[in-house]
Design a protein around this ligand. Sequence first.
Ligand SMILES: Nc1ncnc2c1ncn2[C@@H]1O[C@H](COP(=O)(O)OP(=O)(O)OP(=O)(O)O)[C@@H](O)[C@H]1O
Ligand SMILES: [Mg+2]
Length: 248
Amino acid sequence: MDFLFEMNSISAAYGTNMVLQDINFKVTGNDFVGVIGPNGGGKTTLLKVILGLLKPVSGEIVFNNELIQSYSIGYLPQISTGDVNYPVTVTDVVLSGLMMRKNIISRMTQADKRKAGNVISELGLSGLSAATLNELSGGQMQRVFLARAIIGDPKLLLLDEPGNFVDSTFENDFYEKLRELNKRMAILMVSHDVGTISAHIKSFACINRKLHYHPSHEITNDDLLAYGCPIQVLTHGDIPHTVLKTHK
Ligand SMILES: Nc1ncnc2c1ncn2[C@@H]1O[C@H](COP(=O)(O)OP(=O)(O)OP(=O)(O)O)[C@@H](O)[C@H]1O
Ligand SMILES: [Mg+2]
């Protein structure tokens, strides 16, 4: 599936607060887009518009038919470990990733449960399927939410700050897993950690009310300034460390 979706002149608002303005954006093939921008810049809103959770005030989104028919979009929402202190099991959370394509009263089938088992094991969570979320580490919880996002075999995977969970021990595993998934699905990943993600993504979208797509995994401070995308770039280790100051 080469073409996935295209946004044409999309604007979106909450009441009178115009959050996205005249967005033109196309995602094809197995792109891996890092979505960056300042707090409140509209990153989560962009994902909501793609998912159909927020109706744009103007413009249109055109989806590949196959994507619509299979409801083939996986979503890992912006959450932090503090939000998920529920006594629900890993299997229940992963299975809930199939709910949007089932009607509310339909039961989970044996096939669904097998699928959950497969994805749980693919993400290295075997042995934890009956554990409850509040018993997991941040990295394990992150993989549970990733399992939930991919259980429906999506062609497009939307990740909203998955790094919120991770400590650096799990970071490499997580990106390695995304690299494997990217062979069979396009990924849009919102992140503040430009330094870390640039080693893993293929292109950038900078969002600060407007969107600028940058078709390379390398992005310079000058690019960010030109795009009106004032963000902080903080990296450590061998990668050069840059701090961009906020500007008007
Ligand atoms: N449900 C909502 N109702 C009203 N305003 C909202 C709602 N959600 C977001 N906003 C506003 O829309 C703007 C964009 O928010 P959004 O959540 O898309 O930003 P973001 O780029 O994801 O920020 P962050 O990096 O903090 O997650 C902000 O000004 C925010 O206050
Ligand atoms: Mg957000």
